[in-house]
Design a protein around this ligand. Structure first.
Ligand code: IPE
Ligand code: IPE
Ligand code: MG
Length: 250
């Protein structure tokens, strides 16, 4: 990440898709119905990202901590994931979207893991846009795994601790092939990151929407995008320095 890039360029949106359960409960429906409707929102938001020229979309679909939910809810979420991947993969290919996963997704139940691997393989040749699913993902777990992989590389003589920098260390994170998110959106009124992209989001703009994920639509995303465009991303500089820089570039 550098301060030199256009500060209002929106390449990467990451979303904490929250509020499915409360949305369902408010309607007297089982929580899983909220998750099912949330799956429909994913398709809507993917289309909107295409329309708005957003190349990278990262979705927090299941956290490391979500394993602690009741077993039937976890099982239903995994079934919905399989259904989503089975139904959507050909549409992803048609739209040139490559699917990625971050997190400890290899720990998913065999059916979900297989569906994910299949979908990633089918879209591997696509490079116009990128959809990343964070599955069994937690930033702290990711940082601990990266530290371990880095330490192993030191033992193999491939890294020198005295040369450790963010640039070098970040190559051991799950997100090594992704740009940092420009904008992190959380739906349904909570104002926290819940262990999502905490290192990569160091300079992300944050946007909290009161709208629950099953109701989040194109117009809500557009509102977030417009709000992002009005922000001034200073990366530690003064506003004056930023304006001078912009004047030199233009
Ligand atoms: C987000 O909705 C989906 C997942 C975390 C898997 P929630 O299930 O957290 O919905 P609320 O927050 O309970 O309403
Ligand atoms: C974060 O939502 C995880 C996902 C959206 C997948 P949670 O609903 O699990 O977060 P908390 O528990 O409210 O912080
Ligand atoms: Mg929640």
């Amino acid at each position: 990440m550098t301060a030199a890039r256009n500060e209002n360029q929106l390449d990467h949106v990451a979303i904490i898709m929250d509020g499915n359960g409360r949305w369902a409960k408010a309607r007297g429906l089982p929580r899983i119905e909220g998750h099912r409707r949330g799956g429909d929102t994913v398709r809507t938001v993917l289309d909107a990202c295409n329309e708005f020229g957003i190349r990278y979309l990262t979705l927090f679909a299941f956290s490391s901590e979500n394993w602690k939910r009741p077993a039937d809810e976890v099982g239903s979420l995994m079934n919905l994931l399989v259904r989503f991947l089975t139904r959507e993969t050909s549409a992803l290919v048609r739209r040139g979207v490559r699917l990625h996963a971050i997190g400890q997704w290899r720990d998913l139940p065999p059916k979900a893991r297989a569906a994910l691997e299949r979908a990633m393989a089918h879209t591997a040749h696509c490079d116009e846009r990128h959809l990343t699913l964070a599955l069994s993902y937690g930033s702290r777990q990711e940082a601990a795994s990266a530290a371990r992989a880095y330490a192993e590389a030191v033992l193999r003589g491939e890294e020198k601790p005295e040369e450790c920098s963010w640039e070098r260390f970040s190559r051991y994170l799950d997100t090594r092939d992704l740009p940092d998110p420009d904008l992190i959106i959380r739906t349904s009124g909570e104002s926290r990151l819940s262990n999502f992209l905490m290192l990569q989001g160091a300079y992300s703009e944050l946007y909290f929407s009161p709208v629950p994920w099953p109701e989040f639509g194109r117009e809500h995303l557009l509102e977030a995008v417009n709000c992002f465009k009005r922000r001034e991303r200073r990366y530690g500089l003064t506003g004056e320095q930023l304006h001078e820089k912009a004047a030199v570039v233009s």
